[in-house]
Write a protein of this length. Structure first.
Length: 276
């Protein structure tokens, strides 16, 4: 696939692309090349929380596109046994539904989906951030310095705005909690990668310098917050993006994916120990 901007590429085709991505570089930043290699070789199955987040993306960012056929599981999978995703019988029923092209969504998950959608629509800054533009935009560039492809799938590219928009579902959308979560999950790397890739492909009159997060909580009251990444957030992201991209390229070129260094390390106390 040639470098470029692809507004209508199906999600499955995007995930089949090779090269570096935000999720892969975030994994490198959080752990080791060996952990990333294991994840690339055996992708984890989507859990219910991930599925709900994906559906929320579709409903909120692509309201004009048809949703998959949603089915609700029975209250009990056997007499006196409440439905649970963990039970073997429930897993088999869910798998059979998915083979038929259906998406299984519990009544609680469906209520959450409606609640998140309504909250985002009612929030003035969140609604305005995704009011006009393109959603789910795939971008692919070739990094000549590292000789590796870099790909991303932008949640939302607003028209005539200086920023890109990323939509997140979270347990808490409070400033304190999301600031911590954003760094722990490597969202600063994601923001830097998205901006770098978009700006490498877009014209001179459509460069973006900012990155906005629209965050909605996954449970009542489905509170919403909107955050603009600070210059410090983006600068740190650019540094970690550059470092992890070089590491990814080296691992690919050498086909060597090391884990932890084979040394003995001192074990101290965590920083929070002073407050316990």
């Amino acid at each position: 696939m040639q470098p470029g901007i692809y507004p209508d590429l199906p999600a499955a085709d995007y995930h089949a692309l090779h090269g570096a991505s935000a999720s892969r570089l975030r994994k490198l930043w959080q752990s080791t090349p060996a952990h990333l290699r294991a994840e690339m070789d055996e992708p984890r199955e989507d859990n219910p929380a991930f599925k709900l987040g994906t559906l929320a993306h579709a409903v909120i960012l692509e309201p004009d596109k048809p949703l998959p056929n949603l089915v609700t599981p029975p209250d009990e999978y056997a007499p006196g046994k409440k439905w649970t995703y963990a039970a073997t019988a429930c897993k088999e029923w869910r798998a059979s539904q998915e083979r038929e092209g259906n998406t299984v969504l519990s009544s609680d998950e469906y209520d959450s989906l409606l609640g998140m959608t309504a909250s985002v629509a009612a929030h003035p800054w969140a609604a305005a951030s995704i009011e006009s533009g393109q959603s789910e935009v795939t971008c692919l560039v070739r990094d000549s310095a590292n000789r590796v492809d870099v790909r991303c799938r932008l949640d939302f590219v607003p028209d005539a705005r200086p920023y890109l928009v990323d939509f997140k579902t979270a347990l808490s959308a409070s400033a304190r909690e999301f600031e911590r979560a954003a760094f722990n999950h490597g969202y600063h790397i994601q923001a830097a990668l998205y901006l770098a890739v978009w700006n490498a492909l877009a014209g001179a009159d459509d460069q973006r310098t900012g990155f906005r997060f629209v965050v909605v909580e996954k449970s009542p009251p489905y509170a919403v917050n909107v955050f603009d990444a600070s210059p410090e957030f983006l600068a740190r992201g650019a540094e970690d993006f550059k470092r992890t991209l070089a590491l990814f390229a080296r691992c690919v070129a050498e086909d060597h994916w090391p884990a932890y260094e084979p040394t003995i390390k001192p074990l101290g106390l965590p920083k929070f120990a002073d407050f316990v």
